[in-house]
Design a binder for this molecule. Structure first.
Ligand code: 7TS
Length: 406
């Protein structure tokens, strides 16, 4: 399938004349996903795990099917290694509370990359504050990359947790996660991979990466909002205490104590988001139909095209690596002398949707010496025409703000 064929499946892109370039924030949904969720609520909706009647059993079955689908998609050893959450943020909090608070001691170190999204940073600040452990960072070089020297310098004996984003949501850098995992394991640390910006865009194999935990959000990969994933190695999940307590995650409840259900149910307290899981399952079917190799190819071609066009604009500064081998379809830039929010407003008047701001990565932007950027992020339904519209709208911005352009 080509991106032009794919685009036809997205009602919102056909109903509205927009160049949607904010898929790192959330993706649009294809009709196949919308229909699958619709069908679920029309035909199969009930509370899973709780009813003896056929409808409830069906809801349980579709939920379990979705878990299997996710496990296969990221090559987990078994479906029990998949915990459904609300989003990547909740998955990361689960790891920080259930693993971090229980296992980290005062003398330990936590190491993150400086390019973490706040959701893989603030929970670890909390763990450090409550345990007395120290929190340190791996910094990027001038190209926005974490070098091998930096990995070896920061991940040293005493480090117990390493948190790393697979792909930066600001710079689009693809990080050397396999090297980081190898180094971390050699010093006895476990690794939490934030795959929010990679799983939707490239083949991710948790066994090949050897990640201990890996998280992502359904809504960034064509599925509805409100469903997220935590992958964890089964032996680690089994040893962890639950994060949320309540219905369905228990085995026996006594007046003073409770025994818990096995992994992964012990981490899924309360009524599960079956509709979201059905949507995620349909989204994975869609991505598999397009093919992850094909997805990577489409996005790589668009990224090369966009970088080339943007580099030709002498009033635009692009941040991060120019090496497309390590560059996913997320591009941060600024119009020299014009605030990113102003740029985004002018672009919106041209129906071009980008994000402006700090992208929930304040430490990275502070480290780079800037407050905010404009960010265009691509997905499989984007076309060269979307990028041409971005470029035209940027030229219009330059014309409007001519006297401020530096
Ligand atoms: N990690 C990364 C790398 C992200 O890009 C995001 C969301 C999250 C975690 C959190 O995901 P959530 O689904 O739990 O909210 N990133 C963005 C973004 O770049 N613009 O809006 C949301």
């Amino acid at each position: 399938m080509t991106n032009y064929e794919i685009r036809k499946d997205f009602p919102i892109l056909n109903n509205q004349n927009i160049a949607y370039l904010d898929s790192a924030a959330t993706t649009q949904k294809p009709v196949q996903v919308i229909d699958a969720v619709n069908r679920y609520y029309k035909n199969d909706n009930a509370n899973p795990h709780r009813g003896a009647y056929k409808l409830s059993i069906r809801a349980t079955e579709v939920y379990d099917e979705a878990r299997k689908k996710v496990a296969n998609f990221i090559n987990a050893k078994m479906p029990d290694e998949i915990v459904f959450t609300r989003n990547a943020t909740e998955s990361l909090n689960l790891v920080a509370y259930s693993y971090g608070l229980e296992n980290i001691k005062r003398q330990d170190k936590i190491v993150l990359s400086i390019m973490e999204h706040h959701s893989n940073l603030v929970p670890w600040q909390n763990v450090a504050r409550r345990t007395g452990a120290s929190l340190e960072y791996m910094y990027t070089n001038s190209e926005g990359r974490i070098t091998n020297d930096e990995i070896y310098k920061r991940i040293v004996p005493g480090v117990k947790i390493v948190g790393i984003t697979h792909v930066s949501n600001v710079l689009g850098t693809i990080n050397p996660v396999k090297e980081i995992v190898k180094r971390a394991h050699s010093v006895g640390a476990i690794v939490v991979v934030d795959a929010s910006q990679s799983v939707p865009h490239m083949k991710v194999d948790v066994q090949d990466l050897d990640a201990d935990f890996l998280v992502f959000s359904g809504h960034k990969m064509l599925s509805p909002l409100g469903i997220g994933v935590l992958y964890g190695k089964k032996n680690i999940l089994d040893q962890m205490v639950p994060f949320l307590f309540g219905g369905d995650m228990i085995e026996y409840v006594y007046e003073q104590k409770t025994t818990f259900a096995p992994t992964p149910t012990k981490f899924e307290a309360g009524t599960q988001n079956v509709g979201g899981a059905v949507g995620l399952s349909a989204a994975i079917d869609y991505l598999n139909k397009v093919g992850m190799d094909n997805i990577e190819k489409i996005e790589k071609n668009l990224t090369i095209y966009a970088l080339d066009k943007l580099q030709k604009l002498d009033f635009v500064t692009i941040y991060g690596t120019k090496n497309v081998e390590t560059h996913a379809g997320v591009i941060s830039f600024n119009v020299n002398g014009v605030h990113p929010h102003d740029v985004a407003s002018v672009l919106d008047s041209q129906n071009v949707c980008i994000r402006s701001g700090n992208h929930c990565a304040q430490p990275l932007l502070r480290y780079m010496g800037i407050d905010s950027t404009c960010r265009a992020s691509l997905y499989i339904y984007n076309t060269k025409e979307d990028i041409d519209r971005l470029v035209q709208a940027l030229i219009k911005t330059r014309d409007m703000f001519a006297k401020w352009i530096k």
